[in-house]
Design a protein. Sequence first.
Length: 377
Amino acid sequence: MFTLLSADSSTAARRGRLSLAHGEVETPAFMPVGTRGTVKSVHPSELIDPSLDCRIILGNTYHLHLRPGTAVLDTFGGLHEFMRWDRPILTDSGGYQVFSLSKLRKITEEGVRFQSHLDGSPLFLTPESVLETQRSIGSDICMILDECPPFPCERDYAAKSLALTQRWAERARDWITAHRPPGQCYFGIVQGGCYPDLREKAARDLVALDFDGYAIGGLSVGEPVPDMLKAVEIAAPLLPTDKPRYAMGLGQPDQLLELIARGIDMFDCVLPTRVARNGTAYTPEGPIHMKNACWEHDTRPLAPAGETHPLCEGFSRAYLRHLIKNDEILGLRLLTLHNLAFYLHLMKRVRHAIETATFADFKDDFIARYRGGLTKI
């Protein structure tokens, strides 16, 4: 499913290609988040259009299990037909909700018991049931169930959590061996918190189970950025070079480049769409907060032609600020399209830089410009 096409000589950056049931995905790749079967405010045809050319999106098993539910998904033969999307989908297992909805759940050896955040009804996730749900979803890439420990956490807790995640991974491996549907791939998830020896153990133990790819989880849960980067530096070199590597839930544009330099191939993050709804646009000079008064009379476009989405071209920063200040739907749509274009175009430029052996310079130049702008805007 993964072909390594080239590697950077001065960093661990990789250029590859995923061959999945619903199409090919060029890596490094950013996956827009469509938690409930939609990338918020964006039509599937806009994602497929060459102006974005999004090859893969992410959905969430926990949320899709609650609504619309597996009975509806089975009626339509899966999420692809239900949402009219014919390119690949990766689905999280619901493991992040084990972390984020900690007040509504109880972890046991068998699985995780939830009270639905929607109506309080009971929900029981097991390593096997989340794969059954993802079979109904029809995901191209399915994540196995894991526990994401909080930061900070005691070493003893992190070690016990990791041992449970590994036992769940072994159960998932058994289910896959017995029930794997055609066209689905499965990724294990490296946990271990901020403890280097636990991260190393997690990577080695998961590799022994021979999944189709590997994610590094438990990142960006409150830990300092150096700790996050260290966790990746420990785990990534231990993962097979002929299989994809995925950093879950990340992140800021400069962080993506740092992680690509450490050998990561795939990313997802809610930030491009979430901050757009709050009035923030990403630019090479850092994020612009469109509600700020300094843009009230600014006649300039948000970004030059070719550095934004075509639907954003021609609108002034002053007009975009006007839309955002008045909670106009057009404003959040335009900023969403712009931010998605920024992230997806950045990955395209990264792939070209790796192919042409210029990635190290590209990374340094981009980060210097991006972080330098943060102090000015």
